[in-house]
Ligand binder design. Structure first.
Ligand code: NCD
Length: 404
């Protein structure tokens, strides 16, 4: 299926081969990123941001300008009719008559899906709460691809706030789909949500090692205790196995209290000392912005690729806009055995769901009253359904037989 006219709400909306086709296009765009190429003349992009952004919004806007198109922008939704109570559905139905494509960032999980459902033009998710950030994943994967030339059997550590960090929620699956090994390193309480780890394991055959600090090298706490004396040496061993260390900020804005945030972020800085124990050609990545988790002294280290990574946002977003607008067809190769390909969502008949509501308080369905809760079947657990918007999983009131 061509990419023209499609939405990108989740990294699961693209097949493996489509992601590779976007990378090929990004290579081409990279050659034109400074002077531009006039292929989207007359097209308009609207960036609709309900949350702060520097890189994502500006690189999308620069990308559209470089393609020769125009940009209209809402950098602060409180300056719009949102302040008067206008819904996401109505807002995008107004914007679609002014713009050919919409990029939305919103604090509620599942909000980008709502925008995509209601807008007749393509919608790109630039971050919906703690849920997903698929275009960041495209540029993260592209960075690894450019730097390492492969994904298979690479060992990648995702470090930091894996609970609220939306970039890692999309990236873990991108990496798993392309055959990389994933290690999850997070402070206590900020682990990647268990259903995501389960899905990685059951659907994509990726069983991540999970640790609570970079010094933790074994998952079994008893074994850690036994080997305490050797902990430092073991830390060296583990760190030395990573081809890339992807660090994330503790997501302050998603915490209930400042106190909880302050406790969570303690002791999480990657310093030159830590890095001295990593591979000589390991990549240090970060979606940025950083707060305290990456020392400035690292910037001079050739392994620190985070600024280059952010710069790749431009050619990758040029490629994506060009493909979704149908201005440059992405050449998608034939699927290989075992490739991931999106399948139509299998929605559960709502009449059978006994008025079940999504239990996630940050789900868009609990904030926008015109939305009817909807659930889909999940592949990795027969007795579980997922909210069709935020993908929060809940035990199915139907039991496990109804899916057939
Ligand atoms: C990330 C985001 O907004 O989720 N930033 C970005 O898009 N580059 C990461 C973050 O804010 O920590």
């Amino acid at each position: 299926m061509a990419l023209e006219g499609r939405d990108l709400v989740s990294i699961f909306d693209l097949s493996d081969r489509e992601i590779e086709a976007i990378f090929d296009l990004a290579d081409e765009m990279d050659e034109h990123k400074d002077v531009g190429l006039k292929i989207a003349d007359g097209s308009i992009l609207c960036t609709l941001f309900y949350e702060p952004s520097t890189r994502t919004r500006l690189s999308f806007e620069a990308a559209m300008e470089r393609l020769g198109g125009g940009v209209i922008s809402v950098a602060d939704a409180s300056s719009t009719s949102v302040a008067k109570g206008e819904t996401i559905a109505d807002t995008v139905r107004i914007i679609e008559s002014y713009a050919d494509i919409i990029v939305i960032r919103h604090p509620l999980e599942g909000s980008a899906r709502v925008a995509a459902d209601y807008a007749s033009v393509p919608v790109i998710n630039a971050g919906d709460g703690a849920h997903e950030h698929p275009t960041q994943t495209l540029l993260d994967l592209y960075t690894i691809w450019r730097e390492k030339g492969k994904f298979r059997d690479l060992s990648v550590a995702l470090v930091g706030d894996l609970r609220y960090g939306r970039t890692v929620h999309s990236l873990a699956f991108g990496l798993a789909r392309f055959g990389a090994n994933v290690t999850l390193v997070s402070p206590l309480g900020l682990e990647m949500p268990a259903p995501l780890v389960e899905r990685l394991r059951k659907e994509f055959g990726c069983t991540p090692t999970q640790c609570h600090s970079l010094a933790d090298v074994v998952t079994d706490p008893k074994s850690l205790k036994r080997r305490k004396g050797r902990q430092k040496a073991l830390a060296t061993e583990l760190l030395a196995t990573f081809d890339a260390v992807y660090v994330t900020r503790v997501q302050k804005e998603r915490f209930e209290s400042d106190e909880a945030y302050q406790t969570a972020k303690q002791g999480y800085a990657i310093t030159q000392e830590v890095l001295s124990r990593a591979q000589a050609d390991a990549l240090v990545m970060h979606p940025l912005p950083r707060v305290d988790e990456l020392a400035y002294e690292l910037d001079r280290d050739p392994r620190a690729v985070y600024f280059r990574q952010a710069a790749f946002g431009l050619p990758v977003r040029m490629a994506l806009l060009a493909a979704l607008l149908g201005k440059r067809p992405a050449k998608v190769k034939r699927a290989r055995k075992g490739d991931y390909r999106p399948e139509p969502r299998r929605e559960v008949d709502f009449r059978k769901m006994a008025q079940l509501k999504c239990p996630n308080p940050r789900c868009v369905t609990n904030h926008e009253s015109y939305l009817r809760p909807q659930f889909t079947f999940v592949k990795h657990a027969a007795d579980t359904v997922a909210c069709a918007y935020c993908e929060h999983e809940v035990r199915s009131p139907l039991g496990s037989d109804e899916r057939r």
